[in-house]
Structure formats: structure tokens, C-alpha cells
Write a protein that binds this ligand. Structure first.
Ligand SMILES: *[C@@H]1O[C@H](CO)[C@@H](O)[C@H](O)[C@H]1NC(C)=O
Ligand SMILES: *[C@@H]1O[C@H](CO)[C@@H](O)[C@H](O)[C@H]1NC(C)=O
Ligand SMILES: *[C@@H]1O[C@H](CO)[C@@H](O)[C@H](O)[C@H]1NC(C)=O
Ligand SMILES: *[C@@H]1O[C@H](CO)[C@@H](O)[C@H](O)[C@H]1NC(C)=O
Length: 573
């Protein structure tokens, strides 16, 4: 999941302005066709061969942080410092997926997904981060077995190489992503992965959410490695990450592509920014700037060779009159050429939308956030979640996807993350709000495909409740509930599991009647599970629910229908 700045509300004003905005035109692309009937549901199915999946990441689920030859990552060190993560939670054991990977693959089979998106832990393969120093064969074996088990079950592995768990040694010795030497070390690590698994893995994601790595890791320091280096720290880290991505893409082309025929992409995380007042040119520009500063920061160099114009313009700007030299690092002409076009597909992680307004006062301090010169607002009527930054706003998804189509020449897109966290910390298996979230967002994605956006796969985030970075275990994104109190970390399906399965099976939303029945069925299954939970511990009864209650109810239904049918037939004769 991405970690984004919490947004505070300033809403009555926002809504008055929105009311005034309706009749006015604007020169900037406003995706007005998506506004026509924002609440209307689109019944249709996805193109044949569309990939459905779920995702997870190594650091958030594997546990075994110091077992089987793994070196520490920046998240291990950061968590162990104390006072950095909610209630001092750590990722030490997480979901124990390192030991329970076979169980997790059973869950994937149960969901009948086409793909599983997961990440390789760099320090599990290379304990010091450096290939020439030590390769951990146990780590290779673990991922090799995982990949083989997935393929035996006809599940496509989509693998992320960097999901925030930089080997701690690289942070300590070289300042991590502040240092250009990361480019070489990361390329060597990627090369080891292509060599070991590339005969079977055809979808590679170099980086997941580099925005968070750069911004939250090196500027605000709210996340690992916890450095507060100001915006220069963030811009520098991003600069090196972009170059490292390009290097890996070229290296794959040169060494592996002819034999392995895989795709190398990147996964970028961005909310959608909607102008608060469509009639106000400065708000419309601020909203575009919002997306350029999150998505465009990385996508623009990769598709067009350089940072977005507005970023170059606004980073370092003191006021509209007084232009300062930009604090953004600069790509040389040669680097621009080298970086441009190094994406075989674009992974998109998307969770929420904000209204954006131009900020009226010039920023006091220099930071990434003030560089943007805007404010983010939310509508209090939007359903919220277990995360302060996450509101359910499905229509923003379609607009973001159309923005990508326009900006980057209709690239191949895989949605790599989309989901919502839990409001409650207790065992809440009837996650109606998550069902509504998935239904709404997946439907808006379907509309985007109708608009012509080239989306070929969708990944629900996430398979399990897991370690949510500096929020510890307090925010639950899982389709499966994990009982973290229990040493064995048992998993239980939430109602959304049943709902998502129906979407996958039908490859979309075929008709109103069928879709309505899914919701009801999911609710019934989880109500019966939850009733049992009230009196008995979770573990003993979940199996009973799925193995005994559900089949019994189904059998009874069939019997009753048969009897009724016979009855009717008799009557008619
Ligand atoms: C959006 O833009 C189109 C043309 O680009 C224009 O006709 C329409 O009025 C605009 N809508 C709004 C709400 O500004
Ligand atoms: C977390 O760790 C810090 C530093 O060791 C300590 O001061 C704090 O009391 C701990 N908090 C909890 C909730 O245990
Ligand atoms: C990984 O799995 C493949 C396919 O089964 C096998 O050929 C290869 O030897 C395995 N590698 C390791 C290190 O076990
Ligand atoms: C980057 O790492 C190298 C060693 O690879 C070191 O010599 C250099 O001082 C580091 N640069 C910075 C800016 O930390």
C-alpha cells in the first residue's frame, strides 16, 4: 500500500464551489464524459483473457526476518528502534508466510485467481545486498519453490523486485538510495533474479511505489530508513531509483529478453486529484500538478525522458514572480535518452481521490508538499476506511486511468494494487464496505476499458491482513483475516473473498440480477460464520462453516427447490 499524507477537511467551502462550478468550461482536459452519470452502474464483462489476481509483499507477510540466511532490511532496523511504528509492532513474524506459503497458495486456488503478485526480499537473497559478497541459496530455493508451486496450480507469478525492504547494510554503508552506487547493486540483484527465475517468470516489476520510498523514507522519515533529509533527500532518492529502473530494463533487454521473452515494468502509486472548482483555472492547474507530482514524477521520465514541466517549474519556486533555480536534479541529454521508453507495462496502485485547490499563500519552508502549492480536500460524505488517508471514491479511478492513457500514449496497464483497510480491529468478517469498494472501483475500471484504456489485469490488495509499515498491524487490508494473536497466524475468509470470487468467475458484472445475488450470498455466508464466532473461538469454527454449514445449506436449498418443482409440475398436470 502507499503511504500518503493524511488530508484534513475544509469541506463546506469546497462543496459550495463545486455547486457553482457546473456550467463553466475549461481549456484543460476535464474528462467530462466520465461525469455524465457518476452513480450509474455498468453491467458488462471484461475482455477475454483479462487477468485477475491478488497481491502481497515480502516484508509485510513473510516474517522469518533473521531466519534461513536472511540479512536485515531497513524495515527490520527501523521497527526495532522502537517509537517508530504503531505500538512498536515489528515485521519479525508478520503472517509467517515464509513458513505458510503452501497454505497461502491454497487460498489463491480457492479464489481461483489468474495471478499472484508478490515481492522478493532483496536481503533474503543477498544478506548484505551485494551479489559479489554472498548469495543465500536458501533464499533462492524458497522463491524457486514458491514460483514452481504457483505454476503447478496455473497461477502466473508477477514479481516485484523492490518493495521497500532495502538491505540494511546498503543503507548503513552507502546511505541507501541517496547514493548512486545503489544503481549497480540493484541491477546485480535483479540480474540474479532473472538468471534464477526468469525462465518461468515473465512479469517483472522493478520498483513498487518509489514515491513512498523517496518521500516517506528520506524526506519526512515517517517510514524506513527514517531519514529527515528534506525535499532534496526525496528528489535525490527518486532520481537514483529512476536511473536504477532504466538500468535494469536495459540489462534485461541485453542479457535475457531474447531467451526469456518477459516484460519489465514499474508500479507507481497515485491518488486522483479532482479540481475543487472546475471553473477556476488555478484549481484545474493545481489538480493536474497534484497528479504530475505523484504519478508524473516517475512516469514522465520513463515515457517522455524528463520530469514533468510543472515539477521543474514549481520545485524551488518562491512565488509566481520570483523564480529560483529548480532544486530538482537534472538528467543529462544522454540519460534522458537512456531512460525514455524503458517500461514494457505500467503497474498502477490506486486507492483514493482528493479534491485539489490552489494554495493562496506561498510556502514558508521548502518541502515536496509545499513545492506543489496546493491543498487536498475530502468530501465528508465519502465512505472512509481504517486509514486516515483513504476514502472510497470509485469515479476517481476511471479519471486517473484516462489521464494515463492521454499522458503516456495509451500504455499497457496492470492494476497492481487496489483495496481498502478495515475500520475495526476485531474479527470483522462481514466486510460489506470492502465489497462496495471493490464493486465500485472494479466497475469504474471496466468503464475505463470501454473508454479505450489498455488495462489487461487487476490485482486486489491484499491477500492477507499484514504489517502496514508504520501503522503496524492496526490497519487491515486483507481479503483474508489474520489472527495475529495466535502464534500460528491462522487465516479466515472475509465476505469480500466470496464476492471477489464471483467477479472473477463471471469476468465482470454480467447482469443486475446475478450481481445482486452475489452480495446477498456473501452476506449470508459471513453472517453464519460470525454468529458461530460469537460463542466459539475462531479457529475451530471456520472450518466447520466452510466444510459443513455451507454445503448443508446448499444441499437443503437444492432439496427444497426440487420438492417445490415437483409440486408445481404435479399441480400443472
Ligand atoms: C470540459 O471540457 C469540455 C471540452 O474540453 C467542455 O465542453 C465542457 O464544458 C467542460 N466541462 C466542464 C464541467 O468544465
Ligand atoms: C516503544 O518503544 C519506545 C522506545 O523504546 C518506548 O519509549 C515506548 O514506550 C514504546 N511504546 C510502547 C507502546 O511499547
Ligand atoms: C528451480 O526450479 C527449476 C524448475 O523446477 C529447476 O529446474 C531448478 O533447478 C530450480 N533451482 C533451484 C536452485 O532449485
Ligand atoms: C557513495 O558510496 C560510495 C561507495 O560506493 C562512497 O565512496 C561515496 O562517498 C558515497 N557517496 C555519498 C554521497 O554518500
Amino acid at each position: 500500500m502507499p503511504v500518503q499524507r493524511a488530508v484534513r477537511m475544509d469541506v463546506p467551502r469546497a462543496w459550495c464551489m463545486l455547486g457553482l462550478a457546473l456550467a463553466v468550461t475549461s481549456a484543460t482536459e476535464n474528462f467530462s464524459w466520465t461525469r455524465q452519470s457518476p452513480s450509474s452502474f455498468y453491467y458488462s464483462t471484461f475482455p477475454k483473457g483479462f487477468l485477475w489476481g491478488v497481491g502481497s509483499s515480502a516484508c509485510q507477510t513473510e516474517g522469518a526476518w533473521d531466519k534461513a540466511g536472511k540479512g536485515p532490511s531497513i524495515w527490520d532496523t527501523f521497527g526495532h528502534q522502537g517509537g517508530t511504528v504503531f505500538m512498536n509492532h515489528t515485521a519479525d513474524s508478520a503472517c509467517e508466510s515464509y513458513y505458510k506459503i503452501k497454505d497461502d497458495i491454497q487460498l489463491l486456488k480457492e479464489l481461483k485467481v489468474n495471478h499472484y503478485l508478490f515481492s522478493i526480499s532483496w536481503p533474503r537473497l543477498l544478506p548484505t545486498g551485494i551479489k559479489s559478497e554472498k548469495v543465500n541459496q536458501e533464499g533462492i530455493q524458497f522463491y524457486n519453490d514458491t514460483i514452481n508451486a504457483l505454476l503447478e496450480n496455473k497461477i502466473i507469478p508477477i514479481i516485484t523486485l523492490y518493495y521497500w525492504d532495502l538491505p540494511q547494510v546498503l543503507q548503513q554503508k552507502y546511505d541507501g538510495w541517496q547514493n548512486t552506487s545503489m544503481i549497480t547493486y540493484f541491477t546485480d540483484y535483479a540480474d540474479l533474479c532473472f538468471e534464477s527465475f526468469g525462465d518461468r517468470v515473465k512479469h517483472w516489476i522493478t520498483f513498487n511505489n518509489p514515491w513512498a520510498t523517496a518521500e516517506e523514507g528520506y524526506e519526512t522519515g515517517q517510514h524506513a530508513p527514517g531519514l529527515k533529509l528534506g525535499s532534496d533527500g526525496a528528489y535525490k532518492a527518486a532520481h537514483h531509483i529512476i536511473k536504477a529502473h532504466a538500468e535494469v530494463w536495459h540489462s534485461y533487454r541485453k542479457k535475457w529478453h531474447r531467451k526469456q521473452r518477459g516484460l519489465v515494468g514499474i508500479s507507481l502509486s497515485s491518488a486522483w486529484g479532482e479540481p475543487i472548482d472546475l471553473s477556476n483555472k488555478v484549481d484545474v492547474e493545481a489538480a493536474e500538478r497534484y497528479v504530475q507530482f505523484s504519478l508524473g514524477w516517475f512516469a514522465n521520465p520513463l515515457y517522455h525522458g524528463d520530469y514533468p514541466g510543472v515539477m521543474k517549474d514549481y520545485v524551488g519556486r518562491k512565488s509566481s514572480e520570483q523564480r529560483m533555480a529548480s532544486r530538482l536534479p537534472v538528467f543529462s541529454a544522454q540519460e534522458k535518452n537512456y531512460i525514455k521508453g524503458t517500461v514494457d507495462f505500467l503497474g498502477i496502485s490506486h486507492f483514493t481521490t482528493y479534491y485539489i485547490s490552489q494554495k493562496s499563500h506561498p510556502p514558508q519552508e521548502e518541502s515536496y508538499f509545499t513545492d506543489r502549492n496546493l491543498v487536498e480536500l475530502v468530501d465528508p460524505r465519502w465512505p472512509n476506511s481504517g486509514s486516515s488517508w483513504l476514502y472510497s471514491v470509485p469515479w476517481g479511478f476511471r479519471r486517473l486511468l484516462n489521464f494515463i492513457k492521454v499522458q503516456y500514449g495509451n500504455p499497457l496497464i496492470y492494476v497492481t494494487e487496489n483495496g481498502i483497510s478495515e475500520k475495526l480491529q476485531c474479527a470483522q468478517l462481514c466486510d460489506d464496505w470492502r465489497i462496495n469498494y471493490f464493486k465500485g472501483y472494479i466497475n469504474e475500471m471496466l468503464k475505463a476499458i470501454k473508454d479505450g484504456v489498455n488495462i489487461q489485469g487487476y490485482t486486489a490488495w491484499s491477500l492477507l491482513d499484514k504489517f502496514e509499515w508504520n501503522r503496524g498491524y492496526s490497519e487491515r487490508f486483507g481479503l483474508y483475516y489474520v489472527d495475529f494473536q495466535n502464534q500460528n497466524k491462522p487465516r479466515y475468509p472475509k465476505a469480500s473473498v466470496h464476492y471477489y470470487k464471483k467477479i472473477i468467475k463471471a469476468n465482470g458484472f454480467p447482469n443486475p440480477k446475478e450481481v445482486a445475488s452475489w452480495h446477498q450470498q456473501a452476506a449470508e455466508i459471513c453472517t453464519s460464520s460470525s454468529q458461530l464466532l460469537v460463542t466459539e473461538p475462531l479457529a475451530t469454527h471456520m472450518e466447520m462453516v466452510t466444510e459443513i454449514v455451507v454445503p448443508t445449506v446448499f444441499t437443503l436449498c437444492i432439496l427444497i427447490s426440487a420438492i417445490l418443482l415437483l409440486f408445481l409440475l404435479r399441480k400443472q398436470q
